[in-house]
Design a protein around this ligand. Structure first.
Ligand code: IPE
Ligand code: IPE
Ligand code: MG
Length: 234
């Protein structure tokens, strides 16, 4: 019997730069192509009945890239979140962000807050954009939140467990069922470390700008045919 459609899919959208340089384009053009691809593929995934889709858009480590590339990406985020607000509302998709505020500029942060607010009542699915995100940072930030709640008498430390720990992450989303990484890299790169504990992992050499509906269907088919035991017998 096939597995159900996964409830939560997470994608490490990698390979924009290589996709561009392989065809003599600038890395920036790869990021733009990745952005265009994301809109189509995300909608397709959520239309399939996946309830939660998390994507890695920019890691805390990505600030180490050239100023030119970081500036390009930040401007792309600003333009995209402004121009796509109605796209998300029309498609009934709730947008949330995971990551740290610092050192994002107010210009980026304000459009993020605006799109979160405008889509907060959307019901079809949740689109979690991980931006200035690091998995270890998320665990550290959750720990700080928890310590503060305990100190303020709002949480009894003995009530904390593996299931309710999710409440204290950047967003209270369920565990990830399927993690996809494009472009041939076989690493986690500090992504959603708490939530992927039992995720099935699918690696593809396809670069993200080419990760279309057909490529997603391959990943889904692979997942649905797996024998998922989560500690029980095969
Ligand atoms: C992923 O593509 C997008 C971001 C990290 C912002 P890359 O930019 O990492 O592309 P490659 O891995 O250099 O090809
Ligand atoms: C991971 O890709 C981050 C995003 C996809 C946004 P990177 O290209 O930054 O990861 P590494 O450096 O190959 O591990
Ligand atoms: Mg990369």
């Amino acid at each position: 019997m096939k597995n159900d459609i996964p409830n939560h899919i997470a994608i490490i959208m990698d390979g924009n730069g290589r996709w561009a340089t392989r065809q003599g384009l600038k890395r920036q053009e790869g990021h733009y192509a990745g952005y265009k691809r994301l809109k189509k593929t995300a909608l397709y995934i959520l239309d399939k009945g996946v309830k939660y889709l998390s994507v890695f858009a920019f890691s805390t480590e990505n600030f180490k890239r050239s100023k030119e590339e970081v500036d390009y990406l930040m401007n792309l985020f600003i333009k995209a979140f402004k121009s796509d607000k109605n796209f998300f509302i029309k498609n009934d998709i709730k947008v949330v962000f995971s990551g740290r505020k610092e050192p994002l500029s107010d210009d980026v942060y304000n459009v993020m807050k605006e799109i979160e607010k405008s889509t907060e009542n959307c019901k079809k699915g949740v689109f979690n954009v991980c931006l200035n995100y690091g998995g270890q940072a998320e665990i550290v930030d959750s720990t700080k939140k928890i310590v503060k709640l305990v100190q303020d008498g709002k949480l009894n430390i003995d009530d904390l467990n593996e299931e309710n720990y999710y409440h204290y992450l950047y967003n209270d989303l369920p565990e990830v069922d399927l993690l996809i990484r494009t472009s041939g890299e076989v690493r986690i790169s500090n992504f959603m470390l708490y939530s992927i504990s039992y995720a099935e992992i699918y690696f593809t050499s396809t670069c993200f700008p080419d990760f279309d509906e057909l490529e997603f269907d391959k990943a889904l088919e692979d997942y649905q045919n797996r024998n998922i035991t989560k500690g029980s017998v095969k």
